[in-house]
Structures are given as structure tokens and as C-alpha cells.
Design a protein. Structure first.
Length: 273
């Protein structure tokens, strides 16, 4: 059986690619690219001559059988225009089909705009929720944001430049003016910018201007209205461990849910032994 490689590629700066990713792109029989012209620039830069075929949201179902046929006798690398493929980009259907037909699926880690934005945002990173692109229709977007208003962990979204001002307005309405946000634009590129502040401040900043380029939004979770007491924390740790979680994972989850620091929860977990 063949191997489907999910190869992460630069989100801007062409230096942000691993040696392993370059080797795989050279060695596979075929590269399935979201945009062959865009990926072609990367291949030319690194003198890679592997054949390419297009694979994007408008042809992924038609390409599926063809790519499965190539996998029956060789290997295929899937790449998106930027970052990690199949993350808010086409790829999920191909991954499922490859697995169902007994092929290996191997991730080649690398750049991700979501992770880069999260760690640079200055907001909590112990737990986060990645939500991709918000709905384009105003009613659906507002309904989703309202449903997320009590979410206690950091949230990460992708957004397009022409919808940014509207999205910030909807977020301020749903989350409140004081909720902290980071707007990350053109990461790793020449004009990289990260705007940090409250929703009211950032909304005002972008009210009169429309930025260009790729945008990632990192929004703080809601502050816990009531911090758990020690008994509740101990009970939650015991239950999660009894349910089969490792202690470290149980501690991480309880800390996020209880409004405690991970170190404080870990000390309680140790005292239970």
C-alpha cells in the first residue's frame, strides 16, 4: 500500500520548512497541491521537480479516485497553499478515503498560522479551541459567537480582511468590550503585525481601515465567575483519572475548568496519592 504524506509548508517566509518536508516532497511520486502555481514557487525555490496535480475544494471529490489509484502503486504528498493541510483546507475526505483503503497517512509537522498566532498572542495557551473560519452569513455568525460567549478557554479563528470589521463588531456585542483579543496579520511575512488589546480598542483601530493579507484572531476565554473550591477540584481530578485520563491530562483539563493554575491543581493531585 502507498503512503499519503500531509506536508506542512510555509505560511509566508520560505525558510520556514523542515528538512524532512523537503525530502518528502522530493521523494514522493506526486504532489497534490491546493494551487499548483502557488506551490510551484516553493518547488522552484528549492529545486524540486516532483510532478504536481491540483486538489482543492472544487475538485476534491473528483480527484479522490485518481489519487487513491496513485496511492495503490506509490506515494502522494498533500499540501495546501500555506501551513498544515486539511486544517481549514481540503484534505479530510482524502485522508478518510486513504485510511479506509488501507493506506498509511503520515503527518509532516511544520508551520501553522493558528499555533503561531496563539503562542504570540499573550493570551493563555494551556487550553484553546480552534474554530477555523466563522460563518459568512451574519445571522449564523452572531448565533455562533453568542453561543461561545461563556467559553472559558482561548479561542482561535481565521478571518478574511474584508469581514474583519464586521466580525470585531459582532465579537464585541457577544463577548463584551473588555474581552482581550490579538489580531495577527501576515505572520512570518515582511509586513507581519500583531495588534493586542480589548475588543473595543481593536475594533476602533480597524474601524476606518481594511487590512490586507491573512488574518488570525485569538480571543481570550470568559473569566470564571466562580472559582471552584478545593473539594470540587479534588473530586474532578479523581473522576477524570477514574475515567481513564492520565494525571497530567486530568490536571490540565481541571485547571482550565476550575479557574485554578495548573501548578495548584497538580499539587492537589499529588497529595491524593
Amino acid at each position: 500500500m502507498g503512503t499519503l504524506y500531509l506536508v506542512s509548508t510555509p505560511i509566508g517566509n520560505l525558510e520556514d520548512i523542515t528538512q524532512r518536508a523537503l525530502r518528502v516532497l522530493r521523494e514522493v511520486d506526486l504532489i497534490a497541491a491546493e494551487d499548483t502555481r502557488h506551490t510551484g514557487k516553493l518547488l522552484v525555490h528549492y529545486a524540486i521537480t516532483t510532478p504536481m496535480i491540483s486538489y482543492h475544494e472544487h475538485n476534491e471529490r473528483q480527484r479522490e479516485s485518481e489519487l487513491l489509484g496513485r496511492l495503490s502503486s506509490g506515494s502522494v504528498a498533500l499540501v495546501s497553499d500555506a501551513g498544515t493541510p486539511a486544517l481549514s483546507d481540503p484534505g479530510y475526505l482524502l485522508v478518510r478515503s486513504a485510511l479506509n483503503h488501507g493506506h498509511l497517512v503520515v503527518p509532516i509537522p511544520g508551520p501553522s498560522a493558528a499555533i503561531a498566532s496563539l503562542v504570540a498572542s499573550g493570551l493563555p495557551t494551556e487550553a484553546f479551541l480552534f474554530l477555523g473560519f466563522l460563518p459568512r452569513k451574519a445571522g449564523e455568525r452572531r448565533k455562533l459567537l453568542q453561543g461561545l460567549s461563556a467559553q472559558g478557554v482561548t479561542m482561535v479563528f481565521f478571518e478574511s480582511p474584508h469581514r474583519l470589521a464586521t466580525t470585531l463588531t459582532d465579537m464585541q456585542t457577544s463577548f463584551g468590550s473588555d474581552r482581550q483579543i490579538a489580531v495577527c496579520r501576515e505572520l512570518t511575512k515582511l509586513h507581519e503585525q500583531i495588534h493586542r488589546g480589548s475588543l473595543a480598542e481593536i475594533r476602533a483601530e480597524f474601524e476606518q481601515s481594511q487590512p490586507r493579507g491573512e488574518i488570525t484572531l485569538v480571543v481570550a476565554g470568559a473569566e470564571s465567575s466562580t472559582e471552584w473550591d478545593e473539594t470540587s477540584v479534588r473530586r474532578a481530578i479523581s473522576k477524570k483519572i477514574a475515567d481513564g485520563l492520565r494525571r497530567s491530562e486530568a490536571v490540565r483539563q481541571v485547571a482550565a475548568e476550575a479557574g485554578w493554575t495548573r501548578q495548584a491543581v497538580y499539587q492537589l493531585a499529588e497529595s491524593e496519592e
